[in-house]
Design a protein around this ligand. Structure first.
Ligand SMILES: C[S@@+](CC[C@H](N)C(=O)[O-])C[C@H]1O[C@@H](n2cnc3c(N)ncnc32)[C@H](O)[C@@H]1O
Length: 467
């Protein structure tokens, strides 16, 4: 190993790094001299020999060459595809250590805010089999594992994109974070597609019929939606596929066919038709039944989302008399779950499809005190009638956080309690600083784990001010 004492490590050097934590992208983090080293596929507690890939000031990206000392926090991954698949980062790290690492991520994001107390991360009720939706890609370039014999067939795969080579698809034989029912559907779809000789999509040539298989299994009702996304209508081929899949008796309650003829690699269809069943499934959350189509937004971990709603409910502390605004309300998960405890809830959302889902869900559940505004939240809040006096604000913005143009009209509202739900602690901490500067108090930061084995962490942040 090169002598590093006299100069800073640079590209190509080898380093011995003890991994202390992980970053928001799931890379192991350690130090070398005055630099922070980020190493993919390295977990806290282990010591690795790493090669420096690049250095930017005091940030080094490295790659593992050798695992020198194993981590006492390491566990055996459950999934045979772990490591090559881009889905999970940490099936090889004990769950308690995952939670501790996620808390550190939130703590470091909030470190510059005096008095911010970050509570321990609320664990997910289930650490495996928790996802209610998966999008599997068909591909004509199968990812080949190093252990496979030369010449292994590689022209068909149905699964997930490889972590390091996006154009390759791992032929997923089982995914430990989805339900066993979804595994069975995946296996059947693969067999049927091969039997019928249907060609998978080629990401470079833009040829092949089969593009995506979306599988949605409702955790609470067990209803199952499958969407087959193809590059063309091809009704005959699609119907043969559909008949064969339904004949397997896999519990599918609705089957839809979507067409995405565009080159962009996405499961979002340009047009869709229902081949079997109603075209949607029901999922229950916090006493509200949500109808989910293939494209409806819904939290992918139903049981953990129920706990998220419980945290929001506790912080909103509703008595039944409050007017609640739900900004960035999506399909109304928070607004509808809390509506029965409030006088009125008003949601603001820019996606027309999400607003249509939210209104439909309100109607189906007989919730008459929830309204949803379609449009940019900035315009929606600015246009609030002068007499409107909301009591509680629910904020669940996209990863980038609240739009800077929103704060002035937000702070002009009469509300004295805000519950901010965030999937990005760095953006949330920056936004909370704006609240503090405007005279609000930060009461609590309560992280919750919705996505075990990934670095993602959600936070429920309680803010208040005097009336
Ligand atoms: C994190 S999701 C919130 C999900 C929602 N709480 C739910 O569970 O259904 C953020 C939402 O903000 C919406 N959004 C993004 N920018 C917006 C804007 N400028 N105005 C209104 N809504 C916006 C997105 O369409 C998305 O539905």
């Amino acid at each position: 190993m090169p002598e590093l004492a006299t100069r800073k490590a640079r590209r190509g050097d080898e380093l011995l790094v003890r991994i202390e934590s992980f970053d928001a992208r799931g890379r192991g983090v350690g130090t070398a001299g005055d630099a922070s080293v980020r190493v993919r596929h390295a977990v806290p507690g282990e010591t690795v020999r790493a090669r420096v890939l690049r250095r930017r000031r005091n940030e080094i990206d490295g790659v593992v060459l050798e695992r020198v000392a194993p981590s006492p926090l390491a566990v055996a991954p459950r999934c045979e595809h772990f490591g090559s698949c881009g889905g999970c980062s940490f099936q090889d790290l004990a769950y308690a250590a995952q939670l501790a690492g996620k808390r550190r991520l939130v703590e470091s994001a909030f470190a510059r805010l005096a008095d911010a107390v970050v509570e321990p991360v609320l664990p997910a009720p289930r650490t495996f089999g928790y996802r209610n939706k998966m999008e599997f890609a068909f591909g004509s370039r199968r990812w080949i594992h190093a252990s496979e014999p030369a010449g292994a067939p590689s022209g068909f795969a149905l699964g997930l994109h490889a972590a390091s080579l996006f154009h390759k698809v791992i032929d997923v034989r089982g995914c430990a974070i989805q339900s066993p029912a979804a595994d069975r559907i995946l296996a059947a779809a693969r067999e049927i597609a091969i039997d019928l000789g249907l060609a998978p999509w080629d990401v470079y040539a833009h040829t092949g019929l089969l593009r995506y298989l979306v599988v949605r299994v409702a955790a609470t009702t067990g209803e199952i939606l499958v969407a087959l996304v193809t590059s063309a209508d091809a009704p005959e081929a699609v119907e043969r596929f559909a008949r064969a899949l339904l004949a397997r008796d896999l519990g599918i309650t609705t089957l839809v066919h979507g067409v995405n003829p565009r080159p962009a690699d996405t499961a979002i269809a340009e047009r869709e038709r229902v081949l079997f069943g109603p075209g949607w499934i029901r999922e229950e959350l916090a006493g509200v039944v949500f109808a989910l189509s293939s494209s409806s937004f819904f939290q992918t971990n139903t049981l953990a989302a129920e706990e998220l709603v419980a945290l929001v409910r506790a912080e909103a502390a509703l008595s039944g008399r409050e007017i609640v605004l739900d900004l960035y309300c999506g399909t109304g998960m928070l607004a509808l779950s809390l509506a029965r405890s409030a006088r009125e809830v008003v949601g603001f959302e820019i996606s027309a499809a999400a607003v249509a889902d939210a209104r439909g869900n309100a109607e189906r559940n007989g919730i008459g005190n929830a309204r949803f505004h379609l449009g940019d939240v900035i315009d929606g809040i600015a246009a609030m009638p002068a007499g409107a006096r909301p009591d509680v604000l629910l904020l669940d913005p996209p990863r980038a956080g609240l739009h800077p143009a929103l704060f002035a009209s937000l702070f002009a509202l009469a509300a004295t309690r805000s519950v901010y739900v965030s999937c990005n602690p760095v953006a949330a901490a920056r936004d909370v600083e704006r609240f503090l500067a405007a005279g609000w108090r930060l009461d609590r930061v309560r992280p919750i784990d919705l996505f075990p084995h990934t670095p993602h962490v959600e936070c429920v942040i309680a803010l208040s001010r005097d009336g």
